[in-house]
Design a protein around this ligand. Structure first.
Ligand SMILES: C[S@@+](CC[C@H](N)C(=O)[O-])C[C@H]1O[C@@H](n2cnc3c(N)ncnc32)[C@H](O)[C@@H]1O
Length: 221
């Protein structure tokens, strides 16, 4: 099992290229335009966006460039990801993206030190490559942080009503669990709906995305 500098398991499931501190993710290159289109359409006017688990930081600068009306805050608990986020932000010349923040949503009250009011919390390809406590912590923090009408946007593979939506997702789920039994594709109805209910979030829309992924948006009640 590959480990990062801190001895923790790597959560990138792909070979990333590097240029100085900047990391480049093949999956981010593939999915960034479809996700950007959803963000531009669905998060217009929300103001500040907190991204959890930004990875390389490529998404953050791509979305901030496409949505100048948003103020994007990127971050990650992984040190090499934070170095990459900082390098991508510095290289972008954009004024509406900042970070990296250090947030691990498995930490209790991870949002306590944040002093900005956020219109949206975004997390892409994170909750299936982390223990379920990451999903629990993400929803709990989003429920506290978001103002009424604020949005929690998740992107990734999801099961629906106990069933995988594609054979490739079923195989991916098995491979995740083989790497770490605490990881796995989350089920929108069985796993996430109870977390939404508990934290005053209402599932708003589910958008089918390429490669059997979904964007799911929850709204703070
Ligand atoms: C598969 S990568 C996805 C990165 C990026 N969002 C993307 O789609 O390219 C998952 C990211 O989530 C971060 N992550 C894992 N556990 C986390 C946690 N408990 N809190 C916040 N971020 C976490 C990892 O460090 C990693 O950068």
């Amino acid at each position: 099992m590959a480990t990062d500098k801190t001895g923790k398991k790597e959560t990138a499931l792909e070979s990333r290229s590097a240029e100085g501190e900047k990391l480049y993710s093949p999956s981010a290159a593939r999915n960034r335009d479809p996700i950007r289109d959803v963000i531009v359409a669905q998060l217009a006017g929300v103001g500040s966006v907190l991204e959890i688990g930004s990875g390389t930081g490529e998404h953050a600068v791509h979305f901030a460039a496409a949505a100048p009306g948003l103020q994007w805050f990127a971050g990650d608990p992984d040190p090499s990801a934070r170095d990459s986020i900082a390098a991508h932000i510095a290289g972008s010349g954009l004024e509406n993206v900042s970070g990296p923040h250090w947030i691990d949503v498995c930490e209790e009250h991870w949002d306590a030190a944040l002093d900005v009011s956020y219109g949206a919390v975004v997390s892409i390809n994170m909750i299936h490559i982390a223990p379920f406590s990451a999903a629990e912590g993400l929803f709990a923090g989003a429920g506290r942080l978001l103002r009424p009408g604020g949005k929690l946007l998740l992107y990734g593979p999801f099961a629906r009503n106990g069933v995988h939506t594609a054979p490739s997702n079923e195989a991916f789920d098995a491979s995740l669990k083989a790497r770490d039994p605490r990881w796995g594709i989350r089920d929108l109805e069985h796993d996430l709906a109870p977390l939404a209910h508990k934290n005053a979030l209402r599932q708003d829309i589910v958008i089918s995305m390429p490669a059997n992924n979904f964007t799911v948006i929850f709204v703070k009640v």
